[in-house]
Ligand binder design. Structure first.
Ligand SMILES: Cc1cc2nc3c(=O)[nH]c(=O)nc-3n(C[C@H](O)[C@H](O)[C@H](O)COP(=O)(O)O)c2cc1C
Length: 202
């Protein structure tokens, strides 16, 4: 079997970075890479917010953290565990040299009178945001930088939006940390792809 393209293999999720700043023109190039992802109906329902100031990173982490604290408290999670989870998440977000927050809007999406098709249409937009984020991370890896997707805004899009005073129709759904990989960071080995159980030719 032929081997996978090296540029795909090269991207790994990195969770510890050197303090080196990420040049803004590089971030722009990576966002441009995101914006050539496939999207429904030739739309571009995404907005990207690039964050490289410490104060803004802290605003985002605190805004999402407050919501997470409320959710975990309502779940009955132990208070010390809540503190440590939120502290870890705060550190993940604020210690990255740069962040890109991927948001969705309704721009270019088809409008439907019923929930079933409205949800399906929003699902199309979400899929395309995933493709855009993957493009962004691959472009970063291709230029020697590293990244990691952070799920948090998916669970609190309004809080993420309001913490940054974004326009009301920009709904954050994907956060990417970016930076130069800490050479001491050891990620999990990438497991083999069990192709025989994941795909079926018919
Ligand atoms: C939608 C999505 C959400 C993710 N959320 C997180 C997250 O919150 N924190 C984290 O450390 N990694 C997160 N990841 C990264 C995955 O853990 C990672 O991609 C997976 O373990 C495979 O490792 P690799 O990216 O190095 O190949 C997320 C990935 C995706 C696609």
């Amino acid at each position: 079997m032929s081997s996978l393209p090296a540029f795909l293999e090269a991207r790994r999720s990195i969770r510890s970075y050197l303090p080196e700043s990420v040049p803004r023109d590089l971030i722009d190039t990576w966002i441009e890479a995101a914006c050539i992802a496939p999207a429904p109906h030739h739309s571009r329902p995404w907005r990207f917010v690039a964050i490289d100031s410490d104060a803004t990173k802290a605003d985002l982490a605190n805004g999402m953290g407050e919501r997470w604290r409320r959710d975990l408290t309502a779940d009955g999670v132990d208070l010390d565990l809540i503190d440590s989870l939120i502290e870890k998440s705060y550190r993940t977000i604020t210690s990255a040299p740069a962040l890109v927050l991927g948001c969705l809007t309704n721009e270019g999406l088809d409008a439907y009178p019923d929930d079933q098709r409205r949800i399906a249409e929003w699902g199309l937009a979400l899929l395309s945001l995933g493709a855009a984020v993957e493009n962004l991370m691959l472009a970063a890896a291709d230029s020697g930088w590293s990244s990691c997707w952070v799920a948090a805004p998916m669970f609190c899009p309004e809080e993420a939006r309001d913490s940054l005073k974004l326009p009301s129709d920009w709904l954050p759904h994907a956060l990417v940390t970016l930076g130069r990989a800490d050479p001491n960071y050891i990620g999990r080995p990438r497991p083999e792809v069990p192709l025989e159980s994941l795909r079926r030719f018919i």
